[in-house]
Design a protein around this ligand. Structure first.
Ligand code: ADP
Ligand code: MG
Length: 248
């Protein structure tokens, strides 16, 4: 029934002798929250890099809204509404939160020259609204470098939303965050999905979080897709349990 926003077919990527992604095929339905799990080194971040043009893939096809992405650059892909966040936060320590928000905007607007102009009133309003949305309104004039790691993750999430993504890839959004902030972040993810209609593809180690958040989970091990299914089935899947126990 549901439309597919991202179609991944036979994607392989190696780094030297390491096959980080091997023949991966999966679909992301539009409007869904989909999870990606797997032991360390199983190729999850590589798959995000493959999707968003951070490195060329060796084989396969990645279609976003029907359009082949594999020859496009990251900025071009971002402009189409496909944005990723990173395992390590990418905020600008020496700028305040509002400035971080405004500087992330050109990703979608598409042009480095935008940086040289005064941001539009619309962008300023959007920045303030989104900082409020992630609970950072009171911190908006603090330097990003003075925020806690968890708050930086929230800021990074808000920066990603600044680009008005249709599909947002989140690489371990809750890693290193204290439990109180985790619950807040999970609520925000769900709200972004419901309120702004953003499709989410989320790498997450915390199984409790995944169980509550994702409608479907894909599991990587050794660069291969070994299982896909509903959270409760994945949790009890012998292949998944073995991958985690047998892994590093
Ligand atoms: P995960 O995100 O699941 O922990 P990664 O996708 O980061 O795994 O890594 C998968 C494998 O590819 C690992 O063996 C890792 O060392 C390797 N790898 C990832 N990125 C690079 C790179 N830029 N250069 C060389 N090897 C890499
Ligand atoms: Mg990773």
């Amino acid at each position: 029934m549901s439309e597919t926003i991202l179609e991944i077919r036979g994607v392989s990527k190696h780094f030297g002798g390491i096959y980080a992604n091997q023949d991966i095929s999966l679909d992301i339905p539009k409007g869904a929250i989909i999870g990606l799990i797997g032991p360390n080194g199983s190729g999850k971040s590589t798959l995000f890099g493959s999707i968003t043009g951070y490195h060329p893939i060796d084989e396969g096809s990645i279609k976003y809204e029907g359009q082949e992405l594999k020859r496009l650059r990251t900025a071009e892909i971002a402009r189409l509404g496909l944005i990723r966040t990173f395992q390590q936060t990418h905020v600008y320590d020496e700028m305040d939160c509002v400035r971080n928000m405004l500087i992330s905007r050109p990703m979608r607007g598409g042009d480095i020259r935008t940086l040289l102009h005064e941001p539009s009133a619309e962008d300023r309003d959007r920045a303030e609204d989104l900082l409020e949305f992630v609970g950072l309104a009171s911190k908006r004039h603090l330097l990003a470098g003075s925020l806690s790691f968890g708050q930086q993750k929230l800021l990074e999430f808000a920066m990603a939303l600044m680009n008005e993504p249709d599909l947002l890839l989140l690489d371990e959004p809750t890693a290193g965050i204290n439990p109180t902030l985790i619950n807040g972040l999970i609520d925000r993810l769900r709200q972004a999905n419901e309120r702004f209609g953003v499709t989410l593809f989320v790498i997450e180690h915390n199984m409790r979080v995944m169980m509550n958040l994702a409608q479907e989970i894909h599991v990587l091990a050794g660069g291969k897709l070994i299982a896909s299914g509903k959270p409760k089935d994945i949790q009890n899947d012998p292949r998944v349990i073995e991958a985690y126990l047998g892994g590093s």
